[in-house]
Ligand binder design. Structure first.
Ligand code: GUN
Ligand code: ZN
Length: 420
């Protein structure tokens, strides 16, 4: 048994639907056994139990980044005119380097350490088209005992040769990777067609077949991020009623499916996504950086679609989920929509866990959950300290952390109860 004393904050549901879903214990104690949560309760002296004292700090479930690219660390902050220009000029050349296993290993280790430094303990990750990039990522994640999802990017057209596969080879490579990694330790495989324009219909069909052949796989891709991309999809798939219909045709609208961006969907597409139990991944930092558009949280909520948050590094400019929440707040304000600290922290913890189908394992402090958690420092910077001293209540403190915080606010990251 091991215990941690501090202010506990987590959710048992979506606070937008039920404000009672916030659990806040000001002088709390998190008790663990064998890397799992035993209880999250008010502090009580427990003779014989070692207590780590984090009084004055916040203990929160580790952040879930529902969309991020492990092969794009070195693309961050590359200026461009728009998404398609950015992919051609910066991103495909950077991903081509992941054909080299040694480079992929070094870059993956850096990437994962950067996630942990930012308090992200679980992520849905795009490596590159090269199987070596997936091995490198999963090896680094397994070594650190992390719960992670990733899969080989599938792309067999409209991209340079160095990052292109073939429909049949992508299927075979994915099969081998699934056998090697899916369900091993805390790892899950995500079938990962990059987006409709870079896959032939045959490749999308085979991606759908992978989902049918193996239980419990995730699916991740990009959807309706950029207006030019949407027009291109209309030309490439003239039979489709809309962008989402392309993915629907191949059986991809399902629980455990993660659709990044979802900026230019119509009401019917939102309804289809929600009815299928799939999740939208809101990536505000990337959407602002690439000028792609403003996510319509109201449309997602109206349809009842699951929503999660993604940094989308390297389209996004920060690994920090605090900064991602902050950008989500600004995007919501531009749309005259409410977005408070509870929205932000819910989406970055339990909301993300739910989108990945991992809500029984991570994302909250309910008994039995895996003890991946972080310690937030409310006075991480002089400005945070000054403003914290002026506010009262947990919501106001969380709002300051999400608006002014970044990796400096992460005092510690714990994986299965072990300090990283
Ligand atoms: N659409 C297709 N590929 C990508 C990518 O790597 N990043 C983003 N933001 N959008 C994409
Ligand atoms: Zn992306």
């Amino acid at each position: 048994m091991k215990a941690f004393r501090g202010t506990l904050v987590y959710f048992t549901g979506d606070p937008r639907a039920d404000r009672g879903a916030l659990r806040h214990i000001e002088d709390g104690m998190l008790v663990l056994d064998e890397g799992r949560i035993v209880s999250a309760a008010p502090y009580l002296e427990r003779p014989g139990v070692d207590i780590v004292d984090y009084r004055g700090k916040l203990l929160v479930p580790g952040f879930v980044d529902a969309h991020v690219h492990s092969a794009q660390t070195d693309v961050i902050a590359s200026p461009s005119d728009n998404l398609l220009d950015w992919l051609e000029r910066h991103t495909f050349p950077a991903e081509a380097r992941f054909a080299d296993a040694a480079y992929a290993r070094q870059a993956s280790a850096y990437f994962i350490d950067e996630l942990l430094r930012n308090g992200t303990t679980t992520a849905a990750v795009f490596p590159s088209v090269h199987p070596e990039s997936v091995d490198a990522f999963f090896e680094a994640a397994a070594q650190r005992g992390l719960r992670m999802a990733a899969g080989k990017v599938m792309m067999d057209r409209h991209c340079p040769q160095a990052v292109r596969d073939e429909a049949e080879s992508s299927y075979r490579d994915a099969q081998a990777l699934i056998r090697r990694w899916h369900g091993r330790a805390r790892l899950a495989y995500a079938v990962t067609p990059r987006f409709a324009p870079t896959s032939s219909e045959r490749q999308l069909e085979l991606a759908g077949r992978l989902l049918e052949e193996h239980a419990g796989l995730l699916l991740q891709t990009h959807l309706s991020e950029n207006e030019e991309e949407v027009r291109w999809v209309r030309q490439l798939f003239p039979w489709a009623r809309n962008y989402l219909d392309v993915y629907a045709r191949y059986g991809m609208i399902r629980p455990g499916a993660l659709f990044a961006h979802c900026l230019h969907l119509d009401g019917g597409e939102w309804d289809t996504l929600a009815a299928g139990g799939a999740a939208a991944v809101h990536c505000p930092s990337s959407n602002l950086f690439l000028g792609s558009g403003l996510f319509d949280l109201a449309a997602a909520r109206r349809a009842g679609a699951a929503v999660s948050l993604g940094s989308d590094v390297g389209g996004g400019t920060s690994f920090s989920m605090l900064r991602t929440m902050h950008d989500a707040h600004k995007v919501a304000r531009m749309r005259r929509l409410p977005f408070d600290a509870l929205d932000g922290f819910y989406l970055a913890t339990l909301g993300g866990a739910r989108a990945l189908g991992m809500q029984e394992r991570i994302g909250s402090f309910e008994p039995g959950r895996e003890a991946d958690f972080i310690v937030l420092r409310p006075d991480a910077t002089p400005l945070l300290a000054r403003r914290m001293a002026q506010v009262e209540g947990i919501e106001a403190r969380l709002f300051l952390l999400m608006t002014l915080g970044d990796e400096r606010a992460i005092e510690a990251t714990y994986i299965l109860g072990q300090l990283v």
